[in-house]
Structure formats: structure tokens, C-alpha cells
Design a binder for this molecule. Structure first.
Ligand SMILES: *[C@@H]1O[C@H](CO)[C@@H](O)[C@H](O)[C@H]1NC(C)=O
Ligand SMILES: *[C@@H]1O[C@H](CO)[C@@H](O)[C@H](O)[C@H]1NC(C)=O
Ligand SMILES: *[C@@H]1O[C@H](CO)[C@@H](O)[C@H](O)[C@H]1NC(C)=O
Ligand SMILES: *[C@@H]1O[C@H](CO)[C@@H](O)[C@H](O)[C@H]1NC(C)=O
Ligand SMILES: *[C@@H]1O[C@H](CO)[C@@H](O)[C@H](O)[C@H]1NC(C)=O
Ligand SMILES: *[C@@H]1O[C@H](CO)[C@@H](O)[C@H](O)[C@H]1NC(C)=O
Ligand SMILES: *[C@@H]1O[C@H](CO)[C@@H](O)[C@H](O)[C@H]1NC(C)=O
Ligand SMILES: *[C@@H]1O[C@H](CO)[C@@H](O)[C@H](O)[C@H]1NC(C)=O
Length: 813
């Protein structure tokens, strides 16, 4: 606000002018509308404390007008409630919002016919806009009884103090429904409500029927999948379940923080926060994080591709958008239509490799070869696609939820899509297509599928041999003998870490795998299986996939996909000239963040990695990063002190709360990740830098350089040609990640958004703990040694970083 006028005063002045010139019936800056008064044109109701306003608004360039409520003091106009969302008016000056004779709040259009009504159950005489943003209807201004309230009829936004719920008597839900597009508040297909199956959780749901994300069950304190509800510091969730109703509501513990949860028109649920410094809204968490995981985002026969910079949705080969206009408004829900009508038995099939298969369950046919499968689909004119993988599956009718490439890795394969012969690419181009497709498929991760299939095949073969291997979910259980054979009796060691050694193995079908022998496997068989099953279900391109395990006697082994380029540290800190140019390094920085964000924010149970470092980031043939060793803390038991001991060598990545004894949250990974980024940028170990010959701790020097705006001096001298803007973003986010207080560090999801350029990042402060430990990482080592001597961890505060004793100059690495 340039002129230093508070927005509230500014608006009051405007209202004063408005009232003067228009001779309105409502009084200046009032928060209420009584029977006999009306609101038209640019008049507003303003809540008592000036935070919220109600009036006509028009979204974007739509020239349609709606009654809505927005934040009065903030620039822009952030609408969080809409009355007549389905029925706009064209002229606000001749339309009127008023209390009708029947005692309802109604909106009359220019022809004085009611186009929206509150349909209140009892007669009301006054509408009041409260300081919470809730519009309530009451019998009179002295009454405390809300006969009707906007919080019970939310639009797409869940405000603090509002609720999601169900009335058990009437069966009515209080739920959110997305806008159809950013310019059209009409109800879209995405929503959030209490789970219709009656369980104590809320869900994101498509068209009231397909759930694509859940909050996790209420456990008495929080919803298990909702970040921030764990730490009672930020959100205060309340869950009520009584005879009449069941609902969830939340408030902010610090009520000066402005926040709102929105299901946007592209199906994602986002918690937004107003950031005073930047004067902008920022998202704190987004569900589902992978946009393509929104059910039917691209509509029937639409194909989702998160990486496509032009548009996340496209139509499948042979199809065109059902509505060009809606697609142009990023409303893809109507999907795609065939370019040419099908001719039944004259049709053909178009192969779409590396595809996430349609969400609707296919018919399984008992056919043993692909030709029969294709024939079966061709013969039935309502069959739209088939897949021949482990068997023959065919789909009839619309296909939804297609994604290519299949990033999640699960439920994938080559889909053969039925097209009219005239829509099939001509044979010559289809040849090149097939070549491109094959090359693309091989490069694009079909390798993973092959491994899965080969494991399944291996397992089947063993069944035939009568050895009955057990499969848990998609995991293969190996015998110890199998693994001895596969690894040539554990002869080729490819790594070792705090949890055991890793050996290369080759499956009978020549697919390489990495076999990890766990030491210290204190856990019992049953619990080990349970944990392994959880880990096996975690699938993400940036996480190393677990394929199988072995649990015999006290032996515990894990079988992972093999990563040809080994770990990041071996690539980064090698003496030979590095192949890691800036582009690849950025890809590693971003991919690792995505993997961690998935662990923190998208798994059913949040997984804190606890040991993020370059040694635990593996690289595939194309240098795509995959985080390894997650879930280990659980596999070897929940004894964190044990993890701490095994991490002595990685003390440079440890967040202060490990040492101070504060609770361990996902933010410890954020800290370690930040430390790791510095190493990726500089190409050197953080503790191996010498500033004029003496040992210096690099990040403390680096964070000062960042604050001074000199990011280029941080860069690996071996690199040229960097995108300075990108480098600046990376360095700033790294510096935010290593802030002393976990509250100051961003969440991993935010880190991803910053790196992708979706969020701006401010200049970070120099972390004070680091500032104090320039040249002395030893104190952290020292404090850990103290712990070994039996001193209580609680007594060691962050101050131990400052406590710099002489004599210890070696770093245990
Ligand atoms: C309100 O609307 C009137 C015309 O309807 C217009 O002249 C006036 O400038 C508007 N006031 C504001 C503050 O926009
Ligand atoms: C109010 O009732 C009318 C008639 O039953 C209905 O058409 C309208 O959708 C209702 N309005 C709201 C806001 O529920
Ligand atoms: C509503 O208010 C009127 C007076 O304003 C009063 O006579 C009437 O009893 C009230 N009705 C209810 C249901 O409170
Ligand atoms: C949504 O569900 C309703 C039935 O509940 C159905 O009639 C409608 O066609 C569905 N919408 C879409 C886009 O599938
Ligand atoms: C959380 O909300 C409940 C109910 O709204 C309230 O009783 C409690 O004091 C709140 N707790 C905190 C820490 O704000
Ligand atoms: C943001 O700024 C407003 C107005 O200056 C102030 O009232 C509010 O407390 C600030 N919020 C936070 C979280 O600092
Ligand atoms: C599948 O077909 C084969 C031969 O046609 C038959 O022997 C077998 O029982 C069938 N399996 C099932 C599950 O129907
Ligand atoms: C094709 O599939 C439909 C739907 O499953 C089925 O009703 C119909 O009988 C099938 N037609 C033929 C020729 O198999």
C-alpha cells in the first residue's frame, strides 16, 4: 500500500463516497443487511473488523456477476464463498440482494425474479457478515441463533472455523465442490467431503463417487495423512461425532495467520497461507501432489502428462477435445471425442506403451495369447481397448485416468486403443512411430515393469517346479538359497551403509538387482513382513523400488531394483572429470525433492527418511535420482538412538533437533536435504572445504554468500553454462532448508514448488547455529560423543554448536 493508508480506511472511504453518491439503503460500512434494505451494484457488507466483504463480483473476463465473500484487506479479490454459483446475473446495478417477505435471503435479477434463495427453514430478518467470514441469517440482531449460515453451505473453500460434515438425521453433507473453471464458479466435478462410506476421514472425490485422496482416519488427535495436524502448533483440528452430526473443523493456533483450504478447478486440494512479506498467497500442501493422480483430470480418452509444459492434458491418438473452449480454460473434464466413428470389425488398434491403465476395472478373459485377446476385443464393438500382459484384459466404454508416461510405475503396460481405420496413423509413419515408441518405452522405465514381470515369471516358474514361492502383494519372497545363487554367494559388493552391505545380483532372466543384507535386524519375522509390505507398496519414480525380500531365521535381506550409476556421492566426489553438468545436477536436486515430498506428504503414513545424504541418492542410467534406504529406521526397530549411532559418519547432515532432543519431524529430512544441495552445487563435501588452508564448514560460508547475492561463487569450478536464475533459486532454497528452527524450513512439497518455479523464494537469513559454528563442525561431533558417554540428550541444546572445545580438528568421515 504505497500511500500508507490502511486498506480498511481506504475501503471505508470508498464506501462513504459510494453511499453519498448512490443514496443506498444500506448504511456505510455496515456488516448487516436487514429486512427492507437491499444491496446492489458495488455496495458491500464489511465484517466488523474489516477483514471480509460481501458483494457482487465478476470472475476474470466472464462479465457474469455473482454474490460472493472475499478478503477485504488483501489486494486482489480472493473469493471463498459464492451464493448464486450456478445462476449468475448480468447486471448488478439492477439486481438486488435482500430479505424477502417470506424471510429468506434472496437474490433478485433485473426482472425482479428470484434466482437464488437461502431456503432457510425459519423466517429471518437480518443477514450479518461475521468476523470469521461466515454469513449468518438471524431472526433479529439481538438473537444468537443462526437459522442459516454460509459455513454450512461452503463452496470450494474450507475456512478456519468452517466445517466439513454430515447431518446424520437429514443425510445432508457439508462438502466442498470445485469451481468448474477459474472463471466459472458453477459446481465442477471435484469435491471434498466426509467419506461417504461412513469412516472417520475426509476424502477428495470425483463426481461424488471416485475417491482419489483421503485424509487418513481420525485417531483422536489428528487425521493421519494431513501434515500439520500432527504438530498441534499450527492447526487445531476438532472432530465431533454425535447422534445428530459428524464433522471436522479447524482453527489456527495463531489466529493472525490467514489461511484457507481450497479444492481447485483442477482437482487438487490446497492449503493456502497469506504471506505478509510477499503479499501473496502460498500453498503449504497440495493433495494429491502428483497432478495426474487427480481422478479423471483429463476426462474420457484424455491422457495426463505432468511433464508436458504446454498442457498437462492431451487427447489420445485419434481423438479431439470435446470442447475446445473448455480445454482452453484448463477445464478438461469433458475429455475427448473420436475424430471418426468406429466401424466395428473394420477398426484397428493403436499401441500406447508405458501407459497407466484406465481406472475402471477391465474384464479378464481366459485367453493365452495376444492375437486371441485382440480378436476378442475387435469382435465386440463396445470394446474400446485391450491389454495383454499377465493375461487378457479388455475395457468397454469410456477410458478415464490414462497417464503417459506412467510415472507412478504401478498398474501400467501397453494399452491397445481401438480406433477407426481412418484414424490410425498410416503404415509408413506408424513404422517410425513404433520405432520411436519402442525406444521411448525402453528409455522411459518399462525396465521396471520388465523386472516386475520377470519376478512374477520367476515366481511362477518356481511354482511349476513345485517350490511354491510366496508373493506378498507385488513383492517376491526369495529363499536364502535363491539369493546366494543370484549374487554368486554375495561376491560382488557394491556398497555398504549403516544398515548393512549391498551386493549385485542377476536374476535368471538376466535382470540385475541389488540385494541388501541387513545387519542389526532386531525385528521379529512378523513385524519385518509388515514393514516390508508397507515399503513394497511405495512406488514413485524418485524412490528406489523394493521388489522382494528374504526372511529366514535371523537373516533379513531386501531385493531392490539395480541402479547402474550407483550413488550420487560416488559420481559427485570422484577425482575423474565429472559428467554431472548443471542440467543433470538440477534434475537430481529436483527429483530428490520429489521423492522426499512423496514420502512425507503422499504415503498413507508419513515416512521420515532420517538419513538423507548423497550416499542414499542413487542414479539410473539417465542420471535420474532415486532415494534409497527410506523406511530403514522402522525396519530395524523404532529405536532412534540406534539410528543416531549409525549416523555418526553423517553428522554434517544432522538437523539440530537430533542433538537438542526436540521431536523428530519430516523437517529433519529437509535440513539434511539442504546440506546435500550445497554439496551438489559445489561438487565437494561440505566439511572438506578449506578456506585459506584451514578447515571450514562450507554451508556457513555459503549461506553468507547467498545473502550477499553472490551465488556464482558457490558453484563447482568444473561447471560452466549455468542458469543463474535457477542456481539462485536452488541456493536460496538450500539455505532455507538449513534454518535452525524447523518452523522456518519449508516443507518438501514447497521445496518442489520453489524449484519448479511455481513459488517465489525470498532471501533467506543466515542460519544462526551455523553462523556460530564456522570452522567447527567438531562441536556437533563432540555432543554426539557426549551422548555415547551416557549424558542425557535432553541437556544438549543447540548451544552445543557454540561450545567449541579446542583440540578436536578431525572430522569423522
Ligand atoms: C460504483 O458504481 C458506480 C456506478 O454504478 C460508479 O460510478 C462508481 O465509480 C463505483 N464506485 C466504485 C468505488 O467502484
Ligand atoms: C431453494 O429451493 C429451490 C426450490 O426448491 C431450489 O430450486 C433451489 O436450488 C434452492 N436453493 C438453494 C440455495 O438450495
Ligand atoms: C423473532 O423476533 C420477533 C421480534 O423481532 C419475535 O417476536 C419472535 O418471537 C422471534 N421469533 C423467534 C423464533 O425467535
Ligand atoms: C456424475 O454422476 C452422475 C450420477 O451420479 C451421472 O449421471 C453423471 O453422468 C456423472 N458425470 C460424469 C461426467 O460422468
Ligand atoms: C482447539 O480448539 C478447541 C475447540 O475449538 C479449543 O477448545 C481448544 O482450546 C483449542 N486449542 C488450542 C491449542 O488452540
Ligand atoms: C500480517 O500483517 C497484518 C497487518 O499488518 C497483521 O495484522 C498480521 O498479524 C500479520 N500476520 C502475521 C502472521 O504476521
Ligand atoms: C482357461 O481355459 C483353459 C482351456 O481353455 C481351461 O482349462 C481353464 O480351466 C480355464 N481357466 C479358467 C480360470 O477358467
Ligand atoms: C459385447 O459386450 C457387451 C457388454 O459387456 C455384451 O452385452 C455383449 O453381449 C457383447 N457382445 C458380443 C458380440 O460378445
Amino acid at each position: 500500500m504505497a500511500a500508507n493508508i490502511s486498506p480498511y480506511k481506504f475501503v471505508s472511504k470508498l464506501l462513504l463516497l459510494t453511499a453519498f453518491f448512490l443514496n443506498t439503503k444500506i448504511s456505510m460500512a455496515t456488516n448487516s443487511l436487514s429486512f427492507g434494505q437491499s444491496l446492489s451494484g458495488n455496495q458491500t457488507l464489511v465484517s466488523k473488523d474489516g477483514t471480509f466483504a460481501l458483494g457482487f463480483f465478476t470472475p476474470g473476463n466472464s462479465h457474469k456477476f455473482y454474490i460472493g465473500v472475499w478478503y477485504n484487506k488483501l489486494p486482489g479479490q480472493t473469493i471463498f464463498w459464492v451464493a448464486n454459483r450456478k445462476a449468475p446475473v448480468s447486471d448488478p446495478t439492477t439486481s438486488k440482494l435482500q430479505i424477502s417477505d417470506l424471510g429468506n435471503l434472496v437474490l433478485l435479477d433485473s426482472a425482479k425474479s428470484p434466482i437464488w434463495s437461502s431456503n432457510s427453514t425459519a423466517k429471518v430478518n437480518i443477514a450479518i457478515l461475521l468476523d470469521t467470514g461466515n454469513l449468518v441469517l438471524r431472526n433479529d440482531s439481538n438473537s444468537e441463533v443462526d437459522i442459516w449460515q454460509s459455513f454450512a453451505h461452503p463452496t470450494d473453500t474450507w475456512m478456519p472455523g468452517g466445517w466439513l460434515g454430515v447431518n446424520k438425521i437429514t443425510g445432508e453433507y457439508q462438502s466442498l465442490t470445485s469451481w468448474k473453471s477459474t472463471e466459472d464458479p458453477a459446481p465442477g466435478l471435484f469435491g471434498q467431503s466426509m467419506n461417504p462410506d461412513g469412516s472417520d476421514e475426509y476424502v477428495l472425490i470425483w463426481n461424488g463417487s471416485n475417491i482419489y485422496w483421503s485424509s487418513g482416519l481420525w485417531n483422536g488427535q489428528y487425521f493421519s495423512n494431513v501434515p500439520g495436524t500432527r504438530e498441534k502448533t499450527a492447526f487445531n483440528f476438532t472432530f465431533v461425532d454425535n447422534k445428530e452430526r459428524k464433522f471436522a473443523t479447524y482453527t489456527m493456533v495463531m489466529d493472525s495467520i490467514l489461511t484457507r483450504f481450497v479444492v481447485d478447478s483442477e482437482g487438487q486440494g490446497k492449503q493456502w497461507f497469506w504471506i505478509n512479506n510477499t503479499q501473496q498467497w502460498q500453498t503449504e500442501f497440495t493433495q494429491p501432489l502428483a497432478h495426474c493422480d487427480v481422478y479423471s483430470l483429463c476426462g474420457p480418452f484424455g491422457v495426463c502428462d505432468e511433464k508436458n509444459p504446454d498442457s498437462i492434458c492431451r487427447c489420445a491418438e485419434g481423438f479431439k477435445p470435446a470442447s475446445e473452449q473448455e480445454w482452453a480454460n484448463t477445464d478438461w473434464s469433458s475429455g475427448c471425442l473420436r475424430k471418426s466413428q468406429l466401424q466395428c470389425e473394420k477398426d484397428g488398434f493403436f499401441p500406447m506403451p508405458n501407459m497407466r491403465l484406465p481406472a475402471n476395472i477391465p474384464e479378464s478373459l481366459n485367453l493365452t495369447n495376444e492375437v486371441e485377446c485382440k480378436e476378442a476385443c475387435l469382435k465386440n464393438c463396445s470394446c474400446t481397448a485391450y491389454v495383454y500382459g499377465t493375461g487378457c484384459s479388455i475395457w468397454k466404454g469410456e477410458l478415464r485416468n490414462l497417464q503417459q508416461p506412467n510415472v507412478g510405475g504401478e498398474n501400467g503396460g501397453t494399452l491397445y486403443l481401438r480406433l477407426a481405420a481412418s484414424d490410425l496413423p498410416s503404415p509408413s509413419s506408424s513404422n517410425t512411430n513404433v520405432v520411436a515408441v519402442v525406444v521411448g518405452a525402453v528409455a522411459g522405465g518399462v525396465v521396471i515393469l520388465v523386472i516386475v514381470f520377470s519376478l512374477v515369471w520367476l515366481c511362477r516358474r518356481r511354482k511349476i517346479r513345485g517350490q511354491a514361492a510366496m508373493v506378498e502383494g507385488s513383492l517376491v519372497q526369495f529363499s536364502y538359497g535363491d539369493l546366494q545363487r543370484i549374487t554368486k554367494n554375495f561376491s560382488e559388493k557394491i556398497g555398504s551403509g549403516g544398515f548393512g552391505s549391498v551386493f549385485k545380483g542377476i536374476l535368471p532372466n538376466s535382470i540385475p538387482v541389488a540385494v541388501k543384507k541387513l545387519e542389526d535386524a532386531v525385528q521379529g519375522e512378523k513385524q519385518f513382513r509388515a514393514e516390508v509390505r508397507t515399503l513394497g507398496a511405495i512406488q514413485h519414480v524418485n524412490l528406489v523400488q523394493l521388489h522382494g525380500f528374504c526372511s529366514v531365521g535371523n537373516k533379513r535381506l531386501l531385493v531392490y531394483e539395480y541402479m547402474p550409476r550407483s550413488s550420487l556421492d560416488s559420481q559427485l566426489f570422484s577425482d575423474s572429470p565429472t559428467e554431472l553438468n548443471w542440467e543433470i545436477r538440477f534434475q537430481i536436486i529436483l527429483g530428490t525433492a520429489r521423492g522426499l515430498a512423496y514420502l512425507h506428504e503422499e504415503c498413507r503414513e508419513c515416512i521420515v527418511h532420517c538419513d538423507v545424504k548423497p550416499d542414499n541418492v542413487l542414479l539410473d542410467a539417465d542420471y535420474n535420482p532415486k532415494v534409497s534406504d527410506f523406511g530403514m529406521a522402522k525396519l530395524i526397530g523404532r529405536d532412534f538412538s540406534k539410528v543416531l549411532t549409525t549416523m555418526r559418519g553423517t553428522v554434517g547432515y544432522l538437523a539440530p533437533e537430533w542433538i537438542s532432543g526436540l521431536p523428530i519431524t519430516p523437517k529433519v529430512d529437509v535440513y539434511s536435504y539442504g546440506m546435500m544441495i550445497f554439496e551438489v552445487v559445489s561438487g565437494k563435501r561440505n566439511n572438506m572445504h578449506s578456506d585459506d588452508g584451514s578447515l571450514a564448514f562450507y554451508p556457513s560460508w555459503a549461506s553468507r554468500k547467498i545473502v550477499e547475492g553472490d551465488v556464482k561463487s558457490l558453484l563447482d569450478k568444473r561447471l560452466e553454462d549455468v542458469d543463474v536464475e535457477q542456481l539462485t533459486r536452488v541456493c536460496r532454497v538450500a539455505c532455507w532448508c538449513i534454518q535452525d528452527s524447523e518452523d522456518q524450513r519449508p516443507g518438501m512439497g514447497q521445496v518442489v514448488q520453489i524449484l519448479e518455479g511455481a513459488l517465489e523464494v525470498n532471501m533467506p537469513p543466515v542460519p544462526t547455529a551455523l553462523q556460530n559454528m564456522i570452522g567447527s563442525q567438531n562441536s556437533a561431533v563432540h555432543s554426539l560423543r557426549n551422548e555415547e558417554k551416557g549424558e542425557s540428550r535432553k541437556e544438549m541444546t543447540i548451544e552445543s554448536f557454540v561450545d567449541n572445545e579446542d583440540g578436536e580438528t578431525t572430522v569423522s568421515r
